[in-house]
Design a protein around this ligand. Structure first.
Ligand code: SAM
Length: 262
């Protein structure tokens, strides 16, 4: 049986894996994932507009950043959500925009350089740390943390024949381990009373609400889940998800707002 699964092509495995999760919804959702994206222009005091999925804009705003906050964007490249956070701070407080990949960090720097007004730039620092280890170096340091975690990004897999061919169920499992380590690190790094927005563009529950569920089994006394309402999103056991078949093409984007309580 194991060998048979191993021999099956990634595209066949991918389809049967997500069919099992979404059942009769899968063909409709699959089609919506394959449809042309419709990014929107975000400008709000920036030097020029940045085009991003509306779901990303909504999610970054849900972190409810206040002027003067100390904010960490743990996985920030290429930088769409960092621009939203910067526009909420308007040069006050501090924004640390982090990404471990040197190549993607280069893109992040140029996005900040070309979009953020010069007078805001002294309050933004770009760093290249491993988010899974953040809690070892900084504890209770931030009012708000955005953790837009690396994920399966099924929408991208579906449109990339090579990625689809190479897909195996081991991929989401491996990512889920990293995502949980990052979320546990974020919980260390946020101040008591501060907020973390955990988000992914994965549709797999293993990378979404099950990460939050795992945090409950390990650190239930340390945080609470905040109720958030975003139109065109669906409630999950923890957090909400926007899926393109029911949100007029937006997403996918899963998000959950967490408050550290002790
Ligand atoms: C979903 S993307 C972030 C998208 C970004 N928030 C935006 O709105 O443009 C995830 C990012 O996580 C970065 N990443 C992957 N592993 C990481 C790690 N261990 N520490 C920090 N960043 C990591 C990847 O390089 C990638 O740029």
């Amino acid at each position: 049986m194991g060998k048979k699964i191993k021999d099956r092509k990634g595209d066949v495995l991918f389809d049967s894996y997500y069919q099992t999760i979404f059942q009769e919804r899968w063909p409709i959702l699959r089609e919506a994932l394959l449809a042309q994206r419709q990014p929107i222009a975000f400008q709000q005091q920036l030097k020029q507009a940045y085009f991003l999925d509306e779901a990303s804009l909504i999610a970054a705003q849900l972190l409810n950043v206040q002027k003067g906050d100390s904010v960490l964007d743990m996985c920030a490249a290429p930088g769409g959500k960092t621009l939203v956070l910067a526009s909420l701070l308007e040069g006050t407080g501090h924004l640390t925009s982090n990404d471990r990949s040197a190549t993607r960090r280069g893109r992040l720097k140029s996005v900040i350089e070309s979009h953020v007004p010069d007078e805001w730039k002294p309050s933004i620092t770009v760093t290249g740390h491993d988010a899974t280890k953040w809690g070892l170096y900084e504890q209770q340091a931030y009012d708000r943390i955005l953790l837009d975690a690396p994920c399966s990004s099924e929408r991208h897999v579906l449109v990339d024949p090579t990625a689809l061919k190479e897909w195996t169920p081991a991929r989401p499992k491996h990512l889920a381990i990293q995502q949980f380590a990052m979320l546990a690190a974020a919980l260390e790094a946020v101040k008591i009373g501060g907020y973390i927005l955990y988000s992914t563009c994965a549709i797999n529950p293993m990378e979404d609400e099950l990460i939050i569920e795992k945090l409950f089994t390990k650190r239930s006394d340390r945080f609470s889940i905040e109720e958030i309402h975003a139109s065109e999103s669906e409630r999950k056991s923890y957090g909400s998800i926007m899926l393109p078949d029911t949100s007029q093409g937006k997403g996918p984007l899963y998000f959950c707002l967490i408050r550290r309580v002790s």
